[in-house]
Write a protein that binds this ligand. Structure first.
Ligand code: PM9
Length: 462
């Protein structure tokens, strides 16, 4: 027996539990119809296993809860702000930190400062809130991720990589002066939680230097990206997650962070940068939209919990267990021949709804229909990540029809057990068996912005 191999088991034990309500199938059918077949509109108390998102629903540690009691709730100059700022600099390298209530608060400020009307912002695939803030500030988003990222079957180890030839083509078309920054996400959410390699990021840094373009980092899932670099990229096996994260961040000029994911808190975010002028502009705007530059929409106690959360999120054991649980569920589904995005990502399993429901055309929203059917089977709540999330072209009003029509099973950090994962896999197995009975959907209500959050649907008869 090889005693050096250890499974992904959690490096913590449970000391407080939250009871879950079990519902009947009839109750779930009524609940999803009432919610307009949108899992965002379900009541949490009607959900058994909640895999809607990994955002803000992780479990905080006893150290984080203890930190909450050290909240310095002074309006100005809270001690917790300075602790958080110093932690951001120590772990993530950025010199200046502006707290925000969550990630999109940072995206709003960043976009307003850096973007001028008619600019182009290239990125490694879009994220819903990020692209919307870019568009509201007057920019056009341009997808420059490698083609493999749009193919669920591709096993490319770094599907978050940027295709530099696509960037060159954009410069040739619009000129570098129309590109205020390149926006790269670590562990690209919409691609299936897929990482960018250090080599690609280094090449991107050189490209940005050559063209005088800033490099901005959506670092929401940077720790998970660092884990994949440690596992897959030459020269990183002996580096710690903390070291890899620091190196990743050092290659970029500024970052937006939704701390509700990797950084293990229930609320909060920040905009961070190395440039003093940019910081000054961000301080000017944060007081308009969020709060004073030393709290920016966060309570002192939440900034303390974040400072502690950052230190926990970079622990090798933690991240191995976190991604290990995702891989456990993914491998179970693969063994059952469920079509999922490959390779298994960092925060979620993505079901290929096109492959599971080939009888539903994309304009009848197969991923939305599959998400609703999964809830009905066993009370597992998941999220659509396909045509509904992609929204409409801001100029033509046409629906985007993305190549990826996915359902995301997102694992909150430190919340569910291996047995919960087994229940989820069993439920997906049952839904696969009766996939032919699932019908497509049509909008009955479509909000103007980020429609996936609040849209309502009805099943179509044809
Ligand atoms: N992500 C998620 O569930 C929560 C809102 S959308 C359903 O995946 C990235 C990569 C994110 C992200 C949020 C944000 C926005 C920015 N970038 O939600 O505003 O995944 O804190 O962050 C969600 P906030």
């Amino acid at each position: 027996m090889n005693t050096s191999v250890r499974s992904w088991a959690e490096p913590y034990k449970i000391k407080m539990v939250e009871p879950l309500k079990m519902t009947s199938e009839a109750e779930r059918r009524a609940a999803i119809a009432e919610a307009g077949y949108n899992t965002f509109l379900l009541k949490s108390e009607d959900v058994y296993i909640d895999l809607l998102t990994d955002s803000g629903c992780g479990a905080m540690s006893d150290r984080q809860w203890a930190g909450m009691l050290l909240g310095d709730e002074a309006y100005a100059g809270s001690a917790n702000f300075y602790r958080m700022r110093d932690t951001v600099e120590a772990y993530y390298s950025y010199k200046y930190t502006v707290p925000t209530h969550q990630g999109r608060g940072a995206e709003n400020i960043l976009s307003q400062i850096l973007i001028s009307d008619g600019d182009y912002v290239p990125g490694n695939m879009y994220f819903t809130t990020t692209r919307l803030h870019q568009e509201l500030a007057g920019a056009n988003f341009v997808d420059v991720i490698i083609d493999e990222a749009h193919d669920p079957a591709s096993f490319h180890p770094f599907k978050g990589n940027v295709d530099l030839a696509k960037l060159d083509a954009l410069v040739a078309e619009v000129g570098a002066e129309k590109i205020p920054y390149v926006c790269i996400a670590t562990c690209v959410n919409m691609a299936g939680g897929q990482p960018i390699s250090m080599a690609n990021l280094r090449a991107l840094r050189a490209w940005c230097d050559k063209h005088g373009v800033r490099l901005v980092h959506d670092m929401t899932r940077v720790a998970e990206n660092a884990y994949f670099i440690q596992c897959r990229e030459d020269g990183y096996a002996d580096k710690s997650i903390r070291e890899i994260i620091h190196e990743l961040c050092s290659l970029t000029d500024a970052a937006t962070m939704s701390s509700k994911k990797d950084a293990l808190v229930n609320i909060g975010g920040f905009l961070a940068m190395n440039d003093a002028d940019f910081y000054e502009k961000a301080c000017n705007l944060v007081v308009v939209y969020e709060g004073l530059h030393t709290y920016g929409g966060m309570a002192g106690r939440d900034m303390e919990a974040l400072a502690v959360g950052i230190t926990e999120s970079v622990q090798d054991d933690h991240i191995k267990a976190r991604v290990g649980q995702v891989e456990y569920l993914g491998n179970k589904l693969k063994a059952m021949d469920v079509p999922i995005v490959n390779p298994i990502g960092g925060h979620a399993i993505f079901l290929d709804a096109r492959a599971i429901l080939p009888h539903i055309p994309q304009d009848r929203f197969p991923a939305q229909a599959l998400a609703a059917a999964l809830y009905v089977d066993a009370g597992v709540r998941v999220m659509e990540r396909g045509a509904v999330s992609a929204g409409r072209n801001k100029d033509t009003g046409e629906n985007f029809m993305p190549k990826l029509e996915l359902v995301r099973l997102t694992l909150p950090r430190r919340v569910y057990t291996q047995a919960h994962m087994d229940v989820v896999a069993e439920s997906i197995g049952r839904v696969m068996m009766k996939a032919g009975e699932i019908r497509g959907l049509t909008f009955t209500y479509e909000p103007e912005y980020l429609r996936f959050f609040r849209a309502k649907f009805a099943p179509v008869e044809d």
